[in-house]
Write a protein that binds this ligand. Structure first.
Ligand SMILES: Cc1ncc(C[n+]2csc(CCOP(=O)(O)OP(=O)(O)O)c2C)c(N)n1
Ligand SMILES: [Mg+2]
Length: 955
């Protein structure tokens, strides 16, 4: 049949699909198609289509056969063609009419959402010209003619056009508008279509379920009203106008459990957060009220967070009796940045517990979802091997306004969710004033996610009863919108009226539910006023129970050496290539050299030390997860953690095979299983990927989790993650992370953008021992610092400014013995000079050490010491100890390559007394102040470098 399909051009795939259907059941396709497949009809050019129909066709032709519109058009349209010859004229006429109906059916599927009644503030639905009969060459007179309903669900085999339209209109144009015909694969598209058409997109709900929706709506409304009355003018970011969120998430929990989900991680912003915490997660209301009362300032001096950013977790017992663990992620004000963090957490939970199923629920605002770049960065992770979490459920609380900004000024797209169309997943637009429709899309969404493991988006249209917060006046900017909102009865009131009218409940019953809720809140308020409930977030338990935060000095350092024979054994394994694998010869040479040098006792480079740090941790049972742009090979070609077969392109990661083969007895004898090694080249995203890895580290303190920037400067694309999460999470939320950031840094004449990872910024946010900041000079130090990060029970993010040319510099090397002994040195003393003779101490970190050492050698100087500050933060007594042998008063000169206003200078100078124990004067050698980190001229760079050295050694 190939030739026959080919004549349909871009629709060939679709016709093939129809043919398969016809083979299975001839009646399942239109008569025209039956005749065609029987060979009794030929496809020929058709008359031009009415303009509106062509528009519909154009509206969704995103894929070869992904066009829902065409899904039941007859050959006449698909070719496009008309039929004649062997069949009678009247069959042609009937076929043609049927095909026009088919066009109409598909127009509803493709475009119905544009005319759905989803906006509680909107005008009544207009008759859409695109869906009018005339657009399809149909007329009033055809309404009562009978047509085949093949390909539709929920109707008898034949129905009148009138019935068909009523069915479609209810399914696609009432309180739910669905975008789904852009999904490319036929299976999910048809799956959804069948489910929606067979139910006319209505949830079937029994009396108990209706009452539950009402109860949840009531709880939502009364909660807001109660706070409004008792805490006048206080910010709570009311959910009023969007109360359906509460029954929605409540139902989601029930449905999730039925689908076998055991844990839900929720990321959301301010709007309605307190309401959800109280009415879904079961946070004690008295604690929320106590936070409004804010009576214990002494507990929060300089720390903690506002109440609507706090996280929470609980076990909720569902109606089925099964429990679901719910975690609401701590969240900064910066909208949407919590998304990748939640995804990373979910991935970590999935990785940790294998069989158990965890899902992310991200609740967004309409303005933020469309406006923030981290949204597509996160969406883009959803189907990537290293980052997928099996599908996220997105709920956009679309109150049709930002702070004061309306959609017309917010976006160039039709919907605030259009950014999610890039994933080709279903987007449900739903009227938030119709809670039952919200329930219907929620059920569809979770069933879809479970079945197809993809993201799903619910765009819940609603409104915002007050201003951005309760003290804000929305009528300055939206007088007309708010005149409309002021007149609206509440979502609950609308629902009560509907239930009463349908005879499901009486008004008295509805009032009783509200009254009961009010009394509960009254009681909680009394409790709050009598007890002591305004607490800092709870200390961490569970997987975090054996780890510590707090001051550096409160947790001992650890030995990080690893036995030499085991290192040699590891390097042998790492350099053993499986039979039949053809590595790139250059890469092979690099890794073979690693083995040879290690065995010969020759110095090892950075890449080797890194591999050995990883291997040693894996052998001790620790997992490693490493991601960033091009990290598998390494931007500077120094890593080669993954080799690629020269013939097949297949990857092979030796570190992931450390436990393979070998002596079976030895493997057996090994008490701890070898840890899992994962390394992923990430998308070209900083905020999204760093957020993901940070989130991952929150749930896997046992693992070494690393993110590497391509060049260090790119880290500022993820500044929000650094300021709002990595640096401050312990202070605000009591949450720890052992994440490692590797940031290539160093002035090598490559220009303004490839020199500086902005050391100064990290140091500015260094306080309370919140992070560790290191700029190292040897591979051994790198080995030990990576191992320390896992072996020590102290969990703090570690920022390592990593080298570029030092990766290959013959002087920046370490012996295997240095890995097999000792531990990380925060400061490296200068043992090459006699302290008694020293007249000046140069203090530095990172690469400039080698420039200084070389210059000192050239000048044959023996009375200037060079001391390396390997860990710049937290500062410790280590420097004072190293300086102790020098005479008090010996000048210390901080030498940095960075301009004066960058690098560690300002930070260190401000702490000079502590740093030098008041024994030495401190001065600076650096590049002059500069607005950009480095020059674009290599020659100018060299000149500057020379001046730096002259100043360091000159008198
Ligand atoms: C990144 C960022 N920029 C600006 C703000 C300030 N801000 C807080 S809420 C808000 C409006 C958000 O609108 P939307 O996303 O629609 O949520 P809504 O408040 O309407 O629920 C703005 C601009 C912020 N929190 N985060
Ligand atoms: Mg909004």
């Amino acid at each position: 049949m190939t030739d026959i399909f080919d004549q349909f051009g871009i629709n060939a795939g679709y016709v093939e699909e129809l043919h398969t259907r016809w083979l299975q059941s001839p009646q399942s396709v239109d008569e025209g198609w039956r005749l065609f497949f029987q060979g009794r009809l030929e496809a020929q050019p058709a008359a031009p289509l009415p303009l509106a129909v062509q528009n519909v066709l154009l509206a969704d032709t995103t894929s070869r056969n992904g066009n829902g519109w065409l899904a039941s058009a007859s050959p006449a349209l698909v070719a496009p063609a008309l039929y004649h010859d062997t069949v009678h004229e009247s069959v042609i006429a009937a076929t043609e009419l049927q095909s026009r109906v088919a066009q109409l059916v598909n127009a509803y599927r493709v475009r119905g959402h544009a005319f759905a009644d989803v906006d509680p503030l909107g005008n009544p639905q207009q008759a859409p010209p695109e869906l009018e009969l005339a657009s399809f060459g149909l007329a009033e007179g055809d309404l009562d003619k009978s047509f085949s309903t093949a390909g539709m669900s929920g109707l008898p085999e034949r129905a009148t056009l009138r019935q068909i339209i009523a069915h479609l209109s209810e399914t696609y144009c009432s309180s739910i508008g669905v975008e789904f015909t852009h999904i490319e694969e036929p299976e999910p598209r048809l799956w959804l279509q069948e489910r929606m058409e067979s139910t006319r997109n209505h949830a079937s709900l029994d009396h108990t379920e209706l009452l539950r929706i009402l109860t949840k709506l009531t709880e939502a409304e009364i909660f807001e009203q109660f706070i409004h009355k008792n805490y006048v003018g206080a910010r709570r970011f009311s959910l009023e106008g969007a109360e359906s969120v509460i029954p929605m998430v409540d139902l989601l929990i029930e449905a999730a459990v039925q689908h076998g989900i055991e844990e839900l991680v929720i990321g959301m912003a301010h709007r309605g957060r307190l309401n959800l915490l109280a009415n879904v997660l079961g946070k004690k209301v008295r604690e929320i009220f106590a936070a409004f009362d804010d009576k214990r300032p002494e507990r929060f001096l300089g720390g903690g967070d506002v109440k609507y950013h706090l996280g929470y977790s609980s076990d909720v017992v569902t109606q089925s009796g099964r429990a679901l663990h719910l975690s609401m992620a701590f969240n900064p004000s910066h909208l949407e940045f919590v998304n990748p963090v939640v995804e990373g957490r979910v991935r970590a939970k999935i990785d940790r517990r294998k069989r158990k199923s965890t899902m992310a629920l991200l609740i967004h605002g309409d303005a933020a979802f469309m406006g923030q770049g981290v949204v597509p960065e996160t969406l883009n992770l959803s189907r990537l091997e290293g980052y997928t979490t099996g599908g996220t459920l997105h709920l956009v609380v679309n109150n049709q306004i930002g702070f004061t900004t309306l959609p017309v000024d917010q976006r160039s797209t039709r919907y605030c969710t259009d950014v999610a169309r890039m994933l080709r997943v279903p987007v449900f637009h739903v009227n938030g004033e119709d809670p039952e429709a919200v329930i219907q899309v929620t059920r569809l969404a979770i069933a879809f996610r479970q079945r197809f493991k993809q993201d799903v988006v619910i765009d819940m249209f609603c409104y915002r009863k007050y201003g951005h917060n309760e003290g804000d006046e929305p009528r300055f900017t939206q007088p007309v919108m708010y005149a409309l909102i002021d007149k609206k009865p509440s979502v609950r009131a609308v629902y009560v009226a509907r239930l009463v009218q349908a005879g499901h409940i009486t008004r008295e019953e509805a009032d009783a539910i509200a009254q009961e809720r009010r009394s509960t809140l009254e009681h909680a308020l009394e409790e709050a006023r009598q007890g002591d409930f305004n607490q800092m977030p709870e200390a961490m338990g569970g997987v975090w129970a054996s780890y510590r935060g707090g001051p550096d000095a409160s947790v001992p350092d650890v030995r990080t050496a690893f036995p030499k024979e085991k290192l040699l054994e590891a390097i042998d394994r790492l350099t053993t290539i499986p039979p039949g694998f053809h590595p790139n010869p250059k890469a092979l040479k690099i890794i073979e050299q690693r083995r040879e040098r290690a065995h010969a006792g020759q110095p090892l480079d950075w890449g080797t030390a890194e591999h050995l740090a990883f291997a040693s941790l894996l052998l001790e049972g620790h997992g490693i997860r490493f991601s960033g742009q091009d990290v598998r090979r390494g931007t500077f070609s120094h890593r080669h953690a993954v080799l690629f077969d020269s013939e097949t392109g297949e990857p092979y990661a030796p570190l992931a095979h450390l436990g393979d083969g070998g002596d079976a007895q030895a493997n057996e004898a090994r008490r701890t299983p070898v840890g899992r090694f994962e390394i992923y080249d990430s998308p070209l995203s900083e905020a999204g990927v760093l957020g993901f890895e940070y989130g991952y580290s929150l749930d896997r303190p046992d693992k070494l989790v690393i993110w590497e920037a391509q060049f260090g400067d790119f880290v500022n694309s993820a500044q929000v993650l650094i300021d709002q999460f990595i640096a401050s999470a312990e202070d605000k939320w009591g949450r720890l992370s052992g994440l490692v950031l590797l940031l290539p840094h160093g002035f090598e004449g490559q220009g303004p953008e490839h020199s500086s990872a902005r050391v100064e910024r990290f140091l500015q946010i260094s306080a309370e021992d919140n992070i560790q900041v290191c700029n190292l000079t040897t591979p051994a130090q790198f080995f030990h610092v990576l191992r320390r990060q896992v072996k020590r029970i102290w969990r703090k993010p570690l920022v390592v400014f990593t080298p570029k040319w030092l990766l290959r510099a013959p002087e920046a090397v370490s012996l295997l013995d240095e890995l097999a002994t000792g531990s990380f040195q925060r400061v490296i003393a200068d043992e090459s000079v006699d302290p008694a003779k020293v007249r000046r101490i140069l203090l530095c970190c990172g690469k400039v050490f080698y420039d200084l050492a070389a210059e000192r050698g050239r000048r044959k100087i023996d009375d200037i010491a060079i001391v390396r500050l390997e860990q710049i933060y937290p500062l410790s007594g280590a420097l004072a100890k190293v300086l102790a042998p020098y005479r008090a008063g010996t000048p210390v000169v901080w030498v940095q390559e960075e301009p004066r206003n960058m690098g560690p200078w300002y930070f260190l100078n401000a702490r000079r007394a502590d740093l030098l124990a008041d024994r030495h004067p401190l001065s600076l050698v650096s590049r002059p102040e500069s607005a950009s980190p480095a020059t674009g001229s290599k020659a100018a760079h060299d000149l500057e470098q020379r001046l730096l050295l002259d100043q360091s050694f000159g008198d």
